[in-house]
Design a protein around this ligand. Structure first.
Ligand SMILES: Cc1cc2nc3c(=O)[nH]c(=O)nc-3n(C[C@H](O)[C@H](O)[C@H](O)COP(=O)(O)OP(=O)(O)OC[C@H]3O[C@@H](n4cnc5c(N)ncnc54)[C@H](O)[C@@H]3O)c2cc1C
Length: 451
């Protein structure tokens, strides 16, 4: 195992995963590696939503930008996620954020999340990216009666404190929304957010960044980074890149030493998804599930799912601790059992593809976007806690102005909640073991699946 990565090498295999998304796009010809010596104003490490959004904006501002990725643009979580373009980004509750940062900061963070969703919708439109955008609105489904009571209380808070307009749906009204009440005890509908084809969006962003003037290189893992006069020198297998400023946008795929500051501050987690064969109308009716809106449940170890435009059903969950093929197979089997428990009419339905990827938590349970301490001109944007489609995109876009202005704290458009340096996790060498214990405790807290 590469000591600079938290998981086994399979998690970082640079080939495209066998995902539904990769199977339903025409993959562009690979972008070539960085070779020889080159110089750029800004180097972006990582070509996911964060890096590509930053590159597009930096190039539009007239800076020379070079993006390097260990695989290809969109290969990371950005090209393989569930496609929920939704609010989120932190694992802290709104109440915890308000306690820790104050109410104005908590409000600003929720405003940022709403703006992030709108930013993606706007980018799709202005860049002419057809990413199979689905209907607006996201259902949060209560997995037990007490969870619905908590949703009722939470909705009042969202209306009164955050000026939002969630809608509560008691259990007996779920069927009217195309949601089966089996195993669900009511829901809250957040009108903000929409589903999309994540890889079409990522590839569209890559094209947009290139069109704005950014240079993209694939198969170019940065393995070292050192000071170089007034800037930085980055080393890949075949090239050297010098830049005045650098953005680290490597999220769950980060190396522990790039830069050293990152070591032990992140907790990459495996998320697994599968997609069934297309469901017939009769099968959808049999389960009572016809909504195409994004849905997830109130469990700590949550499930997320949605009916795709072509009637395939996508189902995802977290929980794995190893990227070894057999361990992933077990995780995928478990995910299929969870589908069968939650959607009994579809038990045993043919699964066409399953795949997984790395999302990323931080030691503060909030994302970080800002300067890397002690490294003049180096910035980082990461830690979306499994909700980066919108948050990483807007953060990349906004941090570009801070990078362009060249300085720490010179931009006030990123919320304070994302500006606190995440602490190093205790005993980082034992992170995966601690995650295993956490998963077991959360699973007990979540309780059994419905029968
Ligand atoms: C299975 C799964 C489902 C998810 N579902 C959702 C969802 O429905 N909605 C949602 O909002 N979020 C979801 N997420 C999270 C979301 O996908 C991520 O938060 C988001 O894509 C992160 O974007 P990013 O640009 O920060 O990082 P990534 O897209 O992960 O990109 C990081 C890139 O950095 C590159 N890299 C790493 N190290 C180096 C190096 N040394 N040199 C060069 N390149 C390097 C990698 O190759 C990778 O391409 C999901 C994640 C997973 C794994």
């Amino acid at each position: 195992m590469d000591p600079m990565h938290l998981y086994e090498p399979e998690a970082y295999d640079p080939r495209w995963p066998d995902s539904h998304w990769a199977a339903t796009v025409e993959l562009p010809p690979p972008v070539g590696p960085l070779t020889g010596e080159s110089r750029t104003d800004v180097a972006v490490i990582g070509a996911g939503y964060a890096g590509l959004s930053a590159a597009r904006e930096l190039a539009r501002r007239g800076l020379s930008v070079t993006v390097v990725d260990a695989a290809q643009p969109g290969w990371g979580a950005s090209g393989r996620n569930g496609g929920f373009c939704c609010m989120g980004g932190s694992k802290l509750s709104d109440a915890q954020i308000a306690r820790r940062f104050g109410l104005p900061a908590a409000r600003a963070f929720r405003r940022f999340q709403r703006e992030a969703v709108e930013h993606v919708a706007e980018t799709l439109q202005t860049e002419g990216i057809d990413a199979d955008q689905g209907p607006w609105g996201e259902y949060l489904l209560a997995h037990r009666p007490s969870a619905y009571r908590a949703l009722v209380a939470g909705a009042t808070e969202l209306r009164d404190i955050y000026d939002e307009a969630p809608r509560l749906i008691p259990r007996e009204e779920l069927a009217g929304h195309g949601i089966s009440p089996h195993g669900f005890h009511g829901a809250m509908l957040n009108p903000v957010g929409f589903p999309l084809h994540p890889l079409k969006y990522a590839l569209g962003l890559a094209r947009a960044a290139q069109a704005a003037g950014a240079v993209l290189h694939g198969d170019s893992a940065v393995t070292g980074m050192m000071p170089d006069g007034t800037g930085w020198r980055m080393v890949t297998a075949q090239g050297v890149l010098r830049a005045r400023r650098v953005l680290i946008a490597t999220n769950g795929y980060s190396r522990e030493d790039l830069p050293g500051w990152i070591g032990g501050r992140l907790m990459p987690v495996i998320s697994a998804i599968f997609v069934t064969r297309p469901l017939t109308e009769a099968e959808r009716d049999a389960q009572g599930w016809t909504t195409r809106n994004m849905s997830f449940d109130t469990r700590d170890l949550l499930h997320y799912f949605r009916l795709l435009p072509d009637n395939r059903f996508m189902f995802g969950m977290r929980g794995g601790l190893s990227a070894r093929p057999r361990a992933l197979e077990r995780l995928h089997d478990e995910a299929e059992q969870h589908l069968a428990a939650l959607f009994p009419a579809w038990a045993g339905i043919e699964v066409e593809r399953h795949w997984s990827g790395l999302a990323c938590l931080t030691g503060s349970l909030a994302p970080y976007a800002g300067p890397v301490p002690g490294m003049e001109g180096v910035f980082a944007a990461l830690g979306w806690h499994g909700n980066g489609v919108a948050a990483a995109s807007l953060t990349g876009h906004r941090i570009a102005s801070e990078i362009a202005q060249g300085g720490a704290g010179k931009d006030a458009t990123l919320p304070e909640v994302m500006r606190r340096i995440p602490p190093r996790l205790p005993f980082p060498a034992f992170r995966r073991r601690a995650l295993g214990v956490t998963y077991r405790l959360l699973s007990l807290k979540d309780g059994p699946l419905p029968r």
